[in-house]
Design a protein around this ligand. Structure first.
Ligand code: PMP
Length: 400
């Protein structure tokens, strides 16, 4: 009965790694993966995570019962504090409901399904371009997806005018997906002043902000700085949604640990919203997994572990920032034609190089360097040892 099933195409991002794995060259380099790598090119298990896991294992009272539908209570409370700030009035006034979900993706999906059922406007605006999973998540959640201008290929920076124009002409009440920091794939973020203008425009049109926060602390090295955009919106007392992921900032990728928070105008609304979130979650996966959330809660609640986490997080962010500088310097030294300053200006794990798909294909075929066809490279996949190889390849691609 399944012989007529048509083969689905490979996921464009995960497909890069499939091709990389098949390559026999000793010089092969995978800059497609969205996961941190050490200077030696290896995945990193944070020391603080090892310590938290050890504590959990040593805890004789530990059990493996189901979590409630909304997940681990401590984890939810601490996650809200992390993104909104410890002194957030919205938290103090019990206007926030937070539910543990399956990493960032699951949080976006649960938020999307809730909105499709209970919010009056079914259109969500996503930036052009954005993470490739966004349109699929929201479409399958039952929303209709439209885009707003975000990136200007000429300046390799923000198309701020275009963004304001498109949000300005969106229907009143529409949902707007915003990357809290380290926009993927462009690495281009609004400044704080621009966020403030975006906020004013969105509030004046009653547009509903839905923040995707997949890189808090991982972008700048500061957990507070990377949550500024979200906090500006929460400070005005209005509603918003936020999807958090601990994949990058705690290196908990495969544990699938994240949270969805919905900030409401009143505590009563928040508690009603939570009751409906349970009805979204229960038939999908009943309740979320225990282990990852226990690790996160252990780290967030213990000041010693928390401090160690911030140091390890900063070290990851700093290594990425120094890779940006080294790549930029290498291209300058070679006299590669063009302005490459966007490499040091962009924020977060990715650089949107501006290389086109022919240049990407050339670099893969001739230099065994793998990346997505939009020219996005993961700076976390680079090391001081591999920067010269990448600089050679970029030089050859743009001059050849
Ligand atoms: N949003 C963005 C912008 C991302 O880049 C990612 C990870 N690539 C996610 C959400 C979700 O990741 P996860 O489900 O692994 O937390």
């Amino acid at each position: 009965v399944f012989s007529n099933v048509v083969r689905a195409p490979e996921d464009p991002i995960l497909g890069v790694t499939v091709a990389y794995n098949k390559d026999q060259s000793p010089n092969k380099l995978n800059l497609g993966v969205g996961a941190y790598r050490t200077e030696q090119g290896k995945p990193l298990l944070l020391n603080v995570v090892k310590r938290a896991e050890q504590m959990l294992v040593n805890d004789q009272s530990r059990i493996k019962e189901y979590l409630p539908i909304v997940g681990l209570a401590d984890f939810n409370k601490l996650s809200a504090k992390l993104i909104f700030g410890a002194d957030s009035p919205a938290i103090q006034e019990n206007r926030v409901t937070t539910v543990q979900c399956l990493s960032g993706t699951g949080s976006l999906r649960v938020g999307g399904e809730f909105l499709a059922r209970h919010y009056h406007e079914r259109t969500v605006y996503i930036p052009q371009p954005t993470w490739g999973n966004h349109p699929k998540i929201f479409t399958l959640a039952g929303l209709s997806v439209k885009t707003y201008r975000y990136y200007n290929p000429e300046t390799r920076g923000l198309d701020f005018e275009g963004m304001l124009e498109d949000l300005g002409s969106a229907p009143s009440g529409a949902i707007v997906l915003l990357h809290a920091c380290a926009h993927n794939p462009t690495g281009v973020d609004p400044t704080i002043e621009q966020w403030e203008q975006i906020r004013q425009l969105m509030r004046s049109k009653s547009l509903l902000p839905f923040f995707d926060s997949a890189y808090q602390g991982f972008a700048s090295g500061s957990l507070d700085a990377d949550a500024q955009s979200v906090r500006i919106f929460v400070a005005d007392g209005g509603e918003c949604l936020a999807a958090q992921s601990y994949a990058k900032n705690m290196g908990l990728y495969g544990e699938r640990v994240g949270a969805l928070s919905i900030v409401c105008k009143t505590a009563d609304a928040a508690s009603k919203v939570e009751s409906q979130l349970k009805l979204v979650i229960r038939p999908m996966y009943s309740s979320p997994p225990l282990h990852g959330a226990s690790i996160v809660a252990a780290i967030l609640k213990d000041s010693d572990l928390y401090n160690e986490w911030t140091l390890e997080l900063k070290a990851m962010a700093d290594r990425i920032i120094s890779m940006r500088q080294e790549l930029f310097d290498a291209l300058q030294a070679k006299g590669t034609p063009g302005d490459w300053s966007h490499i040091v200006k962009q924020i977060g794990m990715f650089t949107f190089t501006g290389l086109n798909s022919e240049q990407v294909t050339f670099m893969t075929n001739e230099y065994h360097i793998y990346m997505t066809f939009d020219g996005r490279i993961s700076m976390a996949g680079l090391s001081s040892r591999t920067v010269p190889h990448l600089a050679d390849a970029i030089h050859a691609a743009v001059t050849g």
